[in-house]
Unconditional design. Sequence first.
Length: 92
Amino acid sequence: MAIVVTRTDHGTRKLLNGKFINSAALAVTGLTAAAANTIPHGLPTIPVIVNPVPGASGLWGQTQAADATNIYITVGTGGATAGTINVEYGRP
């Protein structure tokens, strides 16, 4: 099963330093249990905050830092194959 990502944007806010940051929720399905998964985030910049929220079975961990194209999540044996990843990212 292919990994499917659906993005829901939550808007932009201005930080005290004058920079703007966007937040979004990435609904993810099709992950493989007991494996490392590469999830294409489709964001215009590298996420500065990645908060994985697995489904009911849990057992998610971030394998490595996100890069310009992907988020890396390892799902444990019997872990959730769907969930949400909350992200924050700057403007391009």
